[in-house]
Write a new protein. Sequence first.
Lengths: 393, 393
Amino acid sequence: MNNFNFYSPTEFVFGKGRESDAGFYAKKYGGTKVLLHYGGGSAVRSGLLDRVKQSLTANGIPFCELGGVKPNPRDTLVYEGIELCRKEQIDMILAVGGGSTIDSSKAIAMGVPYAGDFWDFFSTGKQIERAIPVGTVLTIAAAGSEGSGDAVITKEADGLKRGTGSDLIRPRFSILNPELTCTLPAYQTACGATDIMAHVFERYFTNTTEVEITDRLCEAVLQTMIKETPRVIADPANYDARSNIMWAGTVAHTNIVGVGREQDWNSHGIEHELSALYDCAHGAGLAVIMPAWMTYVYKHDVMRFAQVAVRVWGCSMNFADPEATALEGISRFRKFLHEIGMPINFEELGAKESDIPLLVERFGIGDGKTGGFVHLSAADIAEIYRIAAHASL
Amino acid sequence: MNNFNFYSPTEFVFGKGRESDAGFYAKKYGGTKVLLHYGGGSAVRSGLLDRVKQSLTANGIPFCELGGVKPNPRDTLVYEGIELCRKEQIDMILAVGGGSTIDSSKAIAMGVPYAGDFWDFFSTGKQIERAIPVGTVLTIAAAGSEGSGDAVITKEADGLKRGTGSDLIRPRFSILNPELTCTLPAYQTACGATDIMAHVFERYFTNTTEVEITDRLCEAVLQTMIKETPRVIADPANYDARSNIMWAGTVAHTNIVGVGREQDWNSHGIEHELSALYDCAHGAGLAVIMPAWMTYVYKHDVMRFAQVAVRVWGCSMNFADPEATALEGISRFRKFLHEIGMPINFEELGAKESDIPLLVERFGIGDGKTGGFVHLSAADIAEIYRIAAHASL
């Protein structure tokens, strides 16, 4: 196990009706004037936004509003939010939505007190030194942004999708009411579940040895997702299954299942070029990329892939041929994704094989290599896209 | 799953040599004059205390010292610490030691700003409203106090052992260096491991349904302990195994594996009377009590006991007779405890069956019942002590 720091100071407020406590927690964590940031559509129609506003008002907290966050949130709205916050002397951002809204809120939060262009934090690796506090009311179990210090933003002008991270942008509080996810369409639900599982796999595949506790915690989240996801696809309003998925999604990404070990994250990077180019859902892109990545790299550590096949997917260990077990695990993952309604190849996703050179170019690795479990060159990444293009059950 | 809040704001600083950062973190979390609180013996002899002092001095932080914490920490030293902190205008307590030292530190921290007797928080259920910050340098993986909001103190005069809890006494930072545990005697190591496993079992046995994610997280910690504990008993200086146990011990008790469900904690309560009366190690008492409690209550939910037998202990499910599987799991637990050197009955612990009426009286349940998985009367508790008195492999 490697040395690490783990710091997850977010107060998680979980359960039925908890959005009515939004004002209480905004006040508790020092908000005196709040920017209510959201996407639009469902949060307005469902009455959620009104309930949050009532809670703020009941707690004597004035607010401004900025809606219009899109999936793969854009820098343009972030600039607008920063300007609004400065003009209105906002000192807390309350995100009402999913990962895109929360990431957009985090980007605004780091931009408000920063004299330069907030994009510096995404493009140059510049360290965040200050941010105004963020709170969240989560409406989809997926990105884990409600409990993480990460944010991903897409540049409108050229479609570049880049991430940054700091403990300073971890939400002060996150309200998680699984009821709010009971009306999500099956496709979005499955995209979220895929993202949650990907967050675990990116941490699971490591070259760090002697990490039994985090291996087991990773497996715990994966086993939960394998049990609960088909239940909510079949029965969307199942509160109990929604609850288990929602908390699993948060646990998957606070990093408690990933500390003390090298992590990978190449599948996320490779996927980001798909969702940036085609504006497809991140989870759907991951469903296509992650098993392709596994297929390409599993020989690097056959026994780790056999371990996950046995412990998570319930495969029988083939002691005479561990590679067969490793491959069976990957195959089970792809079948699982198909069964919950996810695309498993380029055609199903709406991507084009002829775009692979462009995707690789935009990945921007040049003559170098990525880090992670297996270090990948541009040629390796092209091959992973090709496997993804042609994948079948 | 039940509604819950989860809040674990402690910064965990994990790995080799991290105690040399004690001064940095004391400063980061606002300490300007620190009380160094410890037991004695090994922390002094090993040079640990000197390294921590050097780190404080290097960061310009003056400190006072108060050693002498005993296992099952006493109110008498807490009163002394409160007086010293007030006199010296201490604004942070740095615990260097295990659960006893940390609990003693928490009790001092809540007592310093309180006008009344700190014992009120333990005896009357009075809510803590303020506390000065606590940091820790942990020297044994066991109590989980480094990541919890709980403290247990024993009254010197009559041996009463009582607990309290508040988010306000969660440590601001906890330094976890597994190297510091590599010199622990096997018996103390095993007592710690037993305590860690007990913290999980107390959460695992619940009447709350639909808690797959926390069930799986509980199982992850237990599986880790079952793998790693025999390794450190056989090879005490094994850093990797010590690391997994240390992080498992923290994860076991921040409550991340126990949120959203009713919990039990009767085994802890029943054990506390043993360690209060005989001054035995808490973990050793739990090794005697917890399997006895399981034996007494398993019929309340045979399938839950079968689940842990199969998923954690690796038993084969006896589909014709699930009760046999449930009992096999309890039997494996007792054998495991015996193999790591723990007592499994009163004689091995140094307790007397003739004291059972006294133990029950001191438990203080009167004509009432406890809460938890199975509500227990004084007669039930007496029967659990009797099972514990006579247990064998």
